[in-house]
Design a protein. Structure first.
Length: 115
């Protein structure tokens, strides 16, 4: 599975960004799609994930500000990030898990929020 992420950038506090990640290759069996992030000197942490049935989970720090969605026909997952804060600054990584529990990571896309 190859994951191609788009949409990172530099924005001011309070603004919005939308990340997208398209899966290709051996996509059969993909069940969970999601986003993790990692700031310098921090561990990688879950931001949000969504199952094939549409169930979602969010990190407490982004609830109410971020929204995850997916287009199963396009094998694409999106992360709408609103009301961005400087502490959201990190490299964001797309992640998928298949039903057989195989996991795949995309390349990071940098999100920088200036104060």
């Amino acid at each position: 599975v190859q994951l191609q992420a788009f949409g990172g950038g530099l924005v001011q506090t309070g603004r919005s960004l939308r990340l997208s990640c398209a899966a290709s290759g051996s996509i059969s069996g993909i069940y969970v799609m999601g986003w993790y992030r990692q700031a310098p000197e921090n561990e990688r942490e879950l931001v949000a994930r969504i199952t094939g049935g549409g169930s979602t989970n969010y990190a407490h720090s982004v609830k109410g500000r971020f929204a995850i969605s997916r287009d199963n026909a396009k094998n694409t997952v999106y992360l709408q990030m609103d009301s961005l804060k400087p502490e959201d600054t990190a490299a964001y990584y797309c992640h998928v898990r298949k039903r057989n529990r195989d996991r795949y990571w995309g390349q990071g896309t940098q999100v920088t929020v200036s104060s």
